[in-house]
Design a protein around this ligand. Structure first.
Ligand code: PEP
Length: 253
């Protein structure tokens, strides 16, 4: 059974006080015995403070990015080891804003994925097509390429340990209010799992969790999560509102 993973990506939002308030509120609003794993992903700057709030709670802590080197002259970057030290267990890799706004390449993302999983962080590898790619009928090609290029040299052991999660986030759905229909999400997740089965093995593909992300709200979470290949949600805007995010988690059962 693939445990559902519901993650809130706070992006470059919320000051320190608001981040701490949101984390406190979520600890109280999300039931301890919720079936889903719940992950909060604040900005790097507030990771340490949020880590103190969620320590010993039922909520997990994630980072929005990681650098692939362990240490050295890499101004502005943060290593997997540094994240671990703060109590971070999960990290986003290749979020569409990093691919398209900050122009991170597949080769760089692959290095990040290998570095993060080598330190035993759970890597949430984000993939998704742009509107232009979708309109050109290139969705399958783009997703297949992102999977192949991103997962090069990833050991099967890492996957067996559950340290790889895929997030399917169609770029046209992120922050736009245009959510993929549950049917579209299921069809695409099944396609992704079939490609994972070819790249890896059918057994490993069956074990990998595939999250959906793109304008998820409490009103559409349950129908997305009801689909057999939707193993969780990556939530941006709606994760900044405690009641809304708690309701999304509740939809996971
Ligand atoms: C995201 O940031 O990964 C995301 C899906 O954002 P939103 O939910 O706001 O579309």
């Amino acid at each position: 059974m693939r445990a559902k993973l519901i993650a809130g990506n706070w992006k470059m939002n919320l000051g320190k006080a608001d981040s701490l308030t949101l984390a406190h509120d979520l600890i109280h609003k999300i039931p301890k015995h919720s079936k889903a794993q719940v992950l909060l992903i604040p900005t790097f700057l507030h990771l340490d403070a949020v880590a103190h709030v969620v320590a010993k709670s039922h909520l997990l802590l994630g980072a929005q990015d990681v650098y692939f080197e362990k240490t050295g002259a890499f101004t502005g970057e943060i290593s997997a080891g540094m994240l671990l030290e703060l109590g971070v267990s999960h990290v986003l890799i290749g979020h569409s804003e990093r691919r398209h706004v900050l122009h991170e390449t597949d080769a760089v993302l692959n290095k990040k994925l290998l570095a993060a999983t080598a330190e035993k962080l759970v890597a949430i590898y984000c993939i998704g097509e742009t509107l232009q790619e979708r309109d050109a009928g290139k969705t399958a090609e783009v997703l297949q390429h992102q999977l192949k290029a991103g997962l090069v040299h990833l050991s099967h052991d890492v996957i067996e340990k559950g340290h790889l999660v895929i997030a399917y986030e169609p770029v046209w759905a992120i922050g736009t209010g245009h959510t993929a229909t549950p049917e579209h999400a299921q069809e695409t997740h099944a396609f992704i799992r079939a490609r994972l089965s070819e790249i890896l093995t059918p057994e490993l593909a069956a074990a990998i969790r595939i999250q959906y992300g793109g304008s998820v709200k409490k009103s559409n979470a349950a129908e997305l999560l009801a689909k057999p290949d939707v193993d969780g949600l990556l939530v941006g805007g709606a994760s900044l509102i405690a009641d809304e995010f708690a309701a999304i988690v509740q939809a996971a059962g």
